[in-house]
Design a protein around this ligand. Structure first.
Ligand code: FMN
Length: 399
C-alpha cells in the first residue's frame, strides 16, 4: 500500500472490498493469445468454478453477453440462462448477467430477473452494457444507434427496470420505451441491503459515466491506472450529484483487472510477456477496428478502448492496465491503493480460472483484509468484519 496515495472522500474504508470474477462463458479464455489457458467455457467447468469462487471469498460472478463469434470467442453461452444455472449450482454467490438494451425489452428482462431472484434467494443481478459489436445488432435486423444515443436508450431501460421492480402500476414514457400502468407480480425478493436486484453498468466514455452516475447502482470500468480510474470516478460522481440521480443510493465502483499472481514479480511479468508475445494478432486487430467504429461518434473521443494499445487489447477489457501483476503482496497492496481512490469491487480474470481463483482466495485475499483493516485504523475507523463473506477454503475443491 502506497502512503503517497491520499484517501479520496468517496472511499468507503469501513466496508470490505468485494471481489468478482468474469464467468468464462465464451470460448478462448479471457486473453486473445495462444498461451496455454486452463480455462473452459463449458457448463461443468463453470459450475465447479462458481463453487470454488464462493468458497474462496468471491461475492459475485459476471456473465458476459456475446451472440456472434468475434475476437477469438467462436462459441458462447447465453448470459441470462447461464447465470440462472450458476445460481442453481451455488449457495451464496451473486450472479450478474450482462444484457444489452436493444436486444431485450426491459419489461421482459425485469420479469425474467424477478423469477431468477426468487429461485436463487435474492442473488440475481444485471450488468447493463450498451454494446460495441455492431454486426450483432445489424445482422439481427436490430437498430444500431450511434454511440451517445445508445446511452439515452440505456438510461431509459434502467428506468423501466427500476420502476417495474419497485412500483405498482408503473408508467414511463420516453423516446425508446413506453410502459403503461404495469405491475409485475411477484416483485423481487425483499433482501436487506438492496432496494431491488442490483443494477451494474459497464462503460468508460463521458456519456457512459454520466448515464451511470444518474441511473446505475454500480459503475464498472475496464482496466485502468489509478489516475485513469480517478477520472472515471469523478465523472460518475459529478453526474450523481447533479440532482438528476434516480437510483436510491450513491453509486459504487467496480474495476476490471487481469490477475497474474506468482511467487516472484519476475515470474509474473514473464507470464505477461508471454501472453503478449503469443497474442493472436489478427483477432486483436479485428477487435480494435470494431471497437473504434463503435466509439467513433463519442462527442469528446473518450470512448472505451480509445487510448488502448495493442498490448492492452490482448485482454479485451484492458485488464493489464490495472496492474494486478506480481507477488500476492504486491497485488494486495495495489488493490488497497484502488480502494483508497474509491474502488468498492474488483472484477478479476485469470489464465487458469479454477486454479487461480482458488489461489487468489488463499494467498491474496488474507493480505488484502489485513491491509484494509490497517488502512481503516490509520484513518480513525474500523473495517466492518461482520460484512466479510463466509469462506470455506477446505471445501473449495470438494463440491
Ligand atoms: C465491466 C464491463 C463489462 C462489459 N461486458 C460486456 C458484455 O458482456 N458484452 C458486450 O457486448 N459489451 C460489454 N461491455 C462493453 C460495453 O457494451 C460497451 O461497449 C462499452 O461500455 C462502451 O464503452 P464506451 O461508452 O466507453 O465507448 C462491457 C464493459 C465493461 C466495462
Amino acid at each position: 500500500m502506497s502512503n503517497s496515495i491520499p484517501v479520496s472522500p468517496v472511499a468507503d474504508l469501513e466496508t470490505p472490498l468485494k471481489f468478482a470474477y468474469w464467468v468464462p462463458n465464451v470460448s478462448g479464455g479471457l486473453v486473445v493469445s495462444t498461451i496455454e489457458q486452463r480455462t473452459s467455457w463449458d457448463f461443468d467447468y463453470n459450475k465447479k468454478l462458481a463453487r470454488i469462487a464462493e468458497d474462496s471469498g468471491f461475492e459475485y460472478a459476471l456473465t458476459q453477453t456475446r451472440y456472434a463469434a468475434s475476437y477469438g470467442a467462436d462459441k458462447q453461452h447465453e448470459a441470462t440462462s447461464f447465470s440462472l444455472a450458476l445460481l442453481g449450482a451455488t449457495e451464496r454467490l451473486k450472479v450478474i448477467s450482462a444484457v444489452h438494451p436493444g436486444m431485450w425489452h426491459p419489461g421482459v428482462l425485469a420479469k425474467f430477473i424477478i423469477t431468477a431472484d426468487h429461485i436463487s434467494g435474492g442473488r440475481s443481478a444485471v450488468n447493463i452494457v450498451s454494446g460495441w459489436l455492431k454486426d450483432e445488432f445489424v445482422n439481427f435486423g436490430l437498430d444500431w444507434l450511434e454511440h451517445d444515443e445508445r446511452y439515452v436508450r440505456t438510461e431509459e431501460f434502467i428506468g423501466v427496470l427500476r420502476g417495474l421492480w419497485t412500483e405498482q402500476s408503473y408508467s414511463q414514457s420516453g423516446k425508446y420505451y413506453n410502459i403503461t400502468d404495469f405491475t409485475l407480480n411477484p416483485p423481487p425478493l425483499d433482501v436487506p441491503g438492496r432496494a431491488h436486484p442490483e443494477i451494474f453498468f459497464g462503460g468508460n466514455s463521458t456519456a457512459a459515466q454520466a448515464a451511470a452516475g444518474r441511473a446505475a447502482d454500480w459503475y464498472f470500468s475496464n482496466g485502468r491506472s489509478l489516475e485513469g480510474f480517478r477520472d472515471n470516478i469523478s465523472g460518475v460522481v459529478r453526474a450523481a450529484e447533479s440532482g438528476a440521480r434516480t437510483a436510491p443510493a450513491k453509486p459504487r465502483f467496480g474495476l476490471n483487472g487481469f490477475v497474474i499472481a506468482r511467487d516472484t514479480e519476475r515470474e509474473a511479468t514473464e507470464t505477461l510477456r508471454e501472453i503478449i508475445a503469443k497474442a493472436h494478432r489478427p483477432a486483436v486487430e479485428g477487435f480494435a477496428a470494431a471497437v473504434k467504429e463503435a466509439g467513433q461518434s463519442t462527442s469528446d473521443g473518450k470512448g472505451m478502448w480509445e487510448d488502448s494499445t495493442f498490448e492492452d487489447m490482448v485482454q479485451y477489457n484492458d485488464g493489464f492496465r490495472s496492474r494486478l501483476i506480481g507477488t500476492p503482496e504486491q497485488i494486495a497492496e495495489r488493490i488497497v491503493d484502488f480502494k483508497k481512490i474509491g474502488v468498492n469491487l474488483l472484477l478479476t480474470c485469470y489464465l487458469h480460472f479454477q486454479e487461480e481463483v482458488s489461489a487468489f482466495g488463499r494467498d491474496v485475499l488474507p493480505i488484502v483484509r489485513e491491509l484494509e483493516a490497517d488502512l481503516a485504523r490509520k484513518n480513525g475507523t474500523e473495517l466492518n468484519t461482520g460484512l466479510l463473506p463466509t469462506t470455506d477454503l477446505e471445501g473449495a475443491h470438494t463440491r
